[in-house]
Ligand binder design. Structure first.
Ligand code: ZN
Length: 222
């Protein structure tokens, strides 16, 4: 199976991707992890990526796509879950081309759709330990003592990224960029939308059932 996961920040892409990989023996391909790994390499590309990330700018498509193409070539046989890529329509068309070069296609694109109110609540409740970077949530994953890290007793903080105004901007930006991407995959007959407003387990049950259907088993054998 070759899958891509779409969904706004806070939809639980990373968590679901990890579960899918465990259950179905696929490789977790996270563009964030990949960039962080490349950034540490002492190569000209590594240096360029460091410059972009350290100055808080997006890594441009041209650079990103080269890295991803190499990585895909090394994992295409095993099957994978793409998490955080593609983000734009041009990345999606490039992905289709890369896979076509290897005589492959995606099996399914999973759209993790979350009710906007639920999404805001997820961010607003998020707290981070400034010392060990553990992440908590006031409702979903509270620390043993309110506002205090379980591991080191540090006072938990709200990340600047999780402030309501910033969250709204991130969600709006996501919606604008994802719309053409959803259309593209819908037209290709690859899009499957799942309601990801519930708990991690609720969402997982739906995904597992979908990926266990005969059409998916067929594509994993191909
Ligand atoms: Zn801590």
């Amino acid at each position: 199976m070759r899958l891509a996961l779409l969904g706004p920040p806070g939809a639980g892409k990373g968590t679901q991707a990890a579960r899918i990989c465990d259950a179905f023996g696929l490789l977790h391909f996270s563009s964030g992890d990949l960039l962080r790994a490349e950034k540490l390499k002492k190569t000209p590309e590594g240096q360029k990526i460091r410059d972009y990330i350290d100055s808080g700018r997006f890594v441009p498509d041209e650079l990103m796509l080269g890295i991803i193409r190499n990585k895909l070539a090394s994992i295409a046989k095993q099957g994978f879950v793409l998490d955080g890529f593609p983000r734009t329509l041009s990345q999606a068309t490039a992905l289709t081309e890369f896979l076509a070069e290897m005589n492959r296609t995606l099996s399914l694109v999973i759209d993790l759709a979350v009710d906007p109110a639920v999404l805001s609540r997820r961010f607003e409740g998020r707290r981070v330990c400034p010392v060990c970077l553990s992440v908590y949530h006031v409702d979903l994953m509270p620390p043993q003592r309110e506002g205090i890290c379980d591991h080191d007793g540090a006072r938990l903080v709200i990340r600047p990224d999780d402030m309501p105004a910033v969250v709204r901007t991130r969600i709006d930006t996501y919606r604008q960029t994802v719309t053409p991407l959803l259309d593209y995959y819908r037209q290709a007959g690859l899009l499957w939308k799942v309601d990801a407003s519930g708990s991690v387990d609720d969402v997982w049950v739906q995904i597992e059932a979908r990926l266990s259907q005969p059409d998916m088993r067929g594509s994993s054998a191909a």
